[in-house]
Design a protein. Structure first.
Length: 149
């Protein structure tokens, strides 16, 4: 059994450069690998949306010691945390996407074929099974972020 945690935050910088994003990703990937955590990060219009997955202690350690204490963002909010049977992003120490085009139809109509960029980052087992609650919320929250801008 695994654990997943989904959070959203706002970048404190008005203009986050590619170099800044690279620095964030290098640090996150290094820390995640050493703690057995995988996940996906989306950055869109000053908003971070990240799903972490792994053993509960490891995920909570990353969140509390690295993410909560990072001064690059504010308005940090956990949107979901809970158990899951599988990792959805096990091949990614920290997958990253920005400006993914997700359809803007209702939550009930989401399906993986309509979000191919995100699907490319899912494991084969995740592609062939119902989405975990955390991944469903991840996709839906990004959908809402896009509708608000």
């Amino acid at each position: 059994m695994y654990y997943e945690l989904l959070y959203k935050s706002t970048c404190v910088l008005d203009d986050l450069s590619s170099s800044d994003l690279d620095h964030i990703l290098v640090n996150a990937r290094s820390s995640n690998v050493s703690n057995g955590v995988t996940g996906m990060l989306i950055f869109y219009k000053k908003q971070f949306l990240q799903l972490l997955e792994g053993k509960k202690d490891s995920v909570e350690y990353i969140y509390k010691s690295k993410i909560e204490k990072n001064n690059m963002h504010t308005d940090l909010k956990v949107l979901y945390s809970g158990k899951t049977k599988k990792r959805s992003f096990e091949k990614w120490s920290m997958g990253f996407c920005s400006k993914i085009d997700l359809p803007t139809h209702s939550h009930e109509n989401f399906n993986l074929s309509s979000i191919s960029q995100l699907v490319d980052n899912l494991t084969i087992s995740a592609k062939n099974a119902p989405l975990s609650h955390g991944v469903s919320e991840f996709i839906y929250t990004y959908h809402l972020m896009r509708k608000l801008t």
